[in-house]
Design a protein around this ligand. Sequence first.
Ligand SMILES: [Zn+2]
Length: 121
Amino acid sequence: MQAIQEFSIQEPTGAGLECPNCGSRRIGSRNHGRKTGGALGAVAGGAAGAAGAMSGAELGATAGMVAGPVGAAIGGLFGALMGGLIGGSAGCAVGSKMGSVVDDNLLDNYQCLECGYTFSS
Ligand SMILES: [Zn+2]
């Protein structure tokens, strides 16, 4: 029974690390910064994407103007889509990158699974 319980525990991500408090090698990684950063980045990127969508829509509409009102509408829609998509995904990537830097350098990113002690590497 004991062995089965041991195996059901999530594989420690902080391999090679030891708990400074109790010496256990079962260390988990918390990655709070990465998750928060990714979410924040997506929001910021979404906002930037919205701004990009506006200018994209404007550009598309201006370019589409050559082909008349229908061209302007299609161009505007396409420009807005492109601006929003690119802004959102780029923001999320940048945000999670920054978050992982925060994780590695600022936060107590590792947690002992034995005693709950948190520490940075
Ligand atoms: Zn510990």
